[in-house]
Design a protein around this ligand. Structure first.
Ligand SMILES: [Zn+2]
Length: 185
């Protein structure tokens, strides 16, 4: 799946979690963690490419917007591995002494990517580095599948909106201030 859809699914999940369980889940951080595997995979390349471009490097972009940079680190498989996720999630849970629910956005990203990539392009090696096992799923860029994804997202967000769970931040702050002043009375 692409990064925008990942972010939208994670935001919907985070909104549902905080509204239905009273858990303190920060929607913005959930979106960040949902984007994280692809930011990790492509961010450094884009950053170095931009830097080379604006540093006026003669390393020709050969017709591309950015010069092609190969970093040579297994960032894509690392960010898309359930084993790496569990390791990092476990460490963060121990260090933070709480479950950082927002990090489940990362888990969601991997689980969504497993069936939405085909063998021909970045099939998710979710057991990396132990196994290269992968699934030949439906590529997310298949037009009908992409349309269905966004159709489903529209349905989900309409449902969230109808439940009144998507309220402008300002109103939420006012409500919070109201309840705080009520509590201090
Ligand atoms: Zn991905």
């Amino acid at each position: 799946m692409e990064i925008v859809a990942h972010g939208l699914w994670a935001a919907a999940a985070a909104i549902t979690a905080r509204r239905s369980t009273k858990a303190s889940v920060h929607v913005g951080w959930a979106v960040w963690w949902a984007a994280f595997p692809d930011v990790l995979a492509f961010g450094p390349q884009v950053a170095v490419g931009l830097w080379l471009r604006f540093a006026g490097s003669s390393a020709a972009a050969d017709g591309h917007a950015l010069p092609h940079v190969h970093i040579g680190l297994p960032l894509y498989p690392a960010g898309h591995s359930l084993l790496v996720f569990l390791l990092v999630f476990g460490l963060v849970t121990i260090l933070a002494r709480r479950i950082v629910f927002e990090m489940l956005g990362w888990l969601m990203h991997i689980l969504i990517d497993i069936p939405t990539h085909s063998l021909s392009y970045y099939a998710t090696r979710f057991l990396w580095p132990i196994s290269d096992y992968r699934i030949d799923g439906i590529a997310w860029w298949t037009p009908w599948f992409w349309a269905a994804t966004y159709g489903a997202l529209v349905v989900v967000y309409v449902l969230l909106w109808k439940k009144g769970w998507i309220s402008p931040a300002r109103r939420r702050v006012c409500k919070l201030a109201e309840s705080e002043s009520a509590a201090s009375r």
